[in-house]
Design a protein around this ligand. Sequence first.
Ligand SMILES: N[C@@H](CCC(=O)N[C@@H](CS)C(=O)NCC(=O)O)C(=O)O
Length: 223
Amino acid sequence: MLPILYSFRRCPYAIRARYTIATLGVPVSLREVVLKAKPESLLALGGRSSVPQLIDTNGTRYPESLDIIYWALSQISDQPRADSLWPSSAIQQNKMRAWITYNDRFFKHWLDRYKYADRHLEHTEEYYRQRGEVFLKRLEKRLAKSTYLFGETMTLADIAIFPFIRQFAGVNSTWFEASEYKKVREWLTGFLDSELFQMVMTKFPKWEEGEESPLFPVKSSLS
Ligand SMILES: N[C@@H](CCC(=O)N[C@@H](CS)C(=O)NCC(=O)O)C(=O)O
């Protein structure tokens, strides 16, 4: 029996959880959820039924993407690999957490309004974009100094943030491609063009109660 991951392909929180699971090669059983028709077994867990959620083989529930990410890290025996993604220094971890928290609390707020400006008529699409750009400017400054947010190797900060920048870029790709955020574009493209990301975005059919769920990461990519 494998841990169960409730996931939704396009959700940025689910993408960061799947990306971490995939890059670490931790096998899970993936249940693709349709948000408008969540499976009974997910609803029966009680509380928030957002995705992603993970239930490990002991029945312990990890209800948030970051919980799942830390769980995945705890599953591997390759300590240097775990350390490169999430250094053991508390100072470094706090710095990374600060970037992730800013993304989740503030950037996500403006991203949602930018994406659905037609539902938030208090301001224009351009206004929402400019509010989101505050974060893009900070990322650009950081990425002008190193390939990734915390140096020359990818960390959880990059993995946790890039799916949200992907969404921001996708709202108006013509604008994004012509924008001043060259380093952000390069960083994002590095993720999006990778084989790992293609696998992370594999399309799975909606999981139906009682059905066997597919193995993730898909077999060929397991190390
Ligand atoms: N804080 C949660 C947020 C997850 C979240 O908001 N997921 C969205 C999809 S992108 C969702 O499930 N929305 C439907 C719901 O909340 O019931 C996490 O980090 O996992």
